[in-house]
Design a protein. Structure first.
Length: 340
């Protein structure tokens, strides 16, 4: 089922007060929890840094089997980690994903191991960048010299034409002005930009709550969005960030799979899984857990992650969904595919 039809299904079920795991817009795979950085803000929702998490990864042949199952439900695959390029058979994973039928593949990376050959093998690359100040950024990432290398990779990838390139920043109390500089850096390079606040487990970082500088940064991003800059966020999401808005979360719009093949439910921030895709079908696992085709989410958290908050807002505002869908189709897509 193509993306517009899937969105229509979710719009209808949402209007009826239901949430469904059927018809995912895309599938997010954590190839590994290993990482060559140790960012001050980064964890899997459990409070543990990715390098501290259990990383019993799969062989590329096991991923091949899982991709053959998953491609029946979506042809959009998003590869992440940890740092996915630390997975030793990354090229084989891409080959298996294409053979399984995934038409749009994105790679979420810190960029340190990215080569032109790897970049060309995918449709979109998302690279993390939290400051243009080399020393400050290296301190956030806990790796000396990393920022200089990442900036070189971003500038070289931006000149390639393919894949689509997006730079993502995590907003911390100490790098608010730096993120504003990255916004301008992306405008000058004509590459896409996104930003979201750091969390403390599932809540907005306490240093950002009520912070006028943080609100001012979101206003700058909003203004840039309205002026046509390539920003991967809806206006509603950015307004929601500014006021730390509560929202009705629809976490299963994007399926997520951990490095050992476990299916995540209800969301990555809860760090809970319901079964392994090497031995079971995803729909069967969802139905078993939910007791049917719909699920309830008894969650009092308010985690302002774009992958949950932004898309959930779009389901409540169909005109915003249409406007943003057309924008992303033009700005971030390969062919007719949208990137979420």
């Amino acid at each position: 089922m193509i993306i517009p039809a899937k969105l229509l299904v979710h719009l209808i079920t949402s209007a009826l007060g239901r949430k469904t795991f059927h018809f995912p817009l895309g599938i997010y795979v954590y190839l590994t929890f290993s990482c060559n950085l140790r960012c001050s803000y980064c964890d899997g929702g459990s409070g543990y840094k990715f390098p501290e998490m259990n990383d019993s990864g799969l062989s590329h042949q096991e991923w091949r089997r899982i991709f053959q199952k998953l491609s029946a439900y979506s042809d959009i695959l998003m590869l992440s980690g940890g740092e996915p390029l630390l997975y030793k058979d990354f090229e084989a994973v891409i080959k298996h994903a294409r053979e399984a039928g995934f038409k749009f593949i994105s790679l979420n990376t810190n960029g340190l191991l990215l080569t032109p050959e790897i970049a060309r093998s995918v449709d979109a690359v998302i690279i993390s960048l939290d400051s243009l100040d080399r020393e400050k950024s290296d301190q956030i990432w806990h790796r000396k010299g990393a920022t200089e290398k990442v900036l070189e990779v971003i500038e070289k990838t931006a000149l390639m034409g393919h894949p689509s390139l997006l730079v993502n920043s995590v907003i911390l109390p100490e790098n608010i002005n730096d993120v504003a500089e990255i916004l301008e850096f992306c405008r000058k390079l004509n590459i896409a930009f996104s930003a979201g606040p750091a969390l403390q487990k599932t809540r907005l970082h306490s240093g950002l709550f009520g912070n006028s500088d943080y609100s001012g940064l979101i206003e700058k991003i909003l203004a840039a969005k309205k002026n046509g800059q390539r920003i991967a966020a809806t206006i509603d999401y950015l307004k929601g960030l500014k006021r730390n808005a509560k929202f009705d979360c629809h976490p299963q719009l994007i399926w997520r799979i951990y490095p050992n093949g476990d299916l995540v439910f209800p969301c990555s921030r809860m760090n809970r899984t319901i079964g392994n895709l090497l031995t079971e079908d995803p729909i069967s696992l969802f139905k078993k857990e939910s007791g049917g085709d719909f699920f309830s989410l008894n969650c009092s958290e308010n985690c302002p992650l774009s992958c949950y908050m932004d898309v959930s807002f779009m389901l409540k505002r169909p005109l915003s969904l249409l406007r943003e869908g057309l924008f992303r189709l033009k700005t971030f897509s390969s062919g007719h595919r949208m990137m979420y």
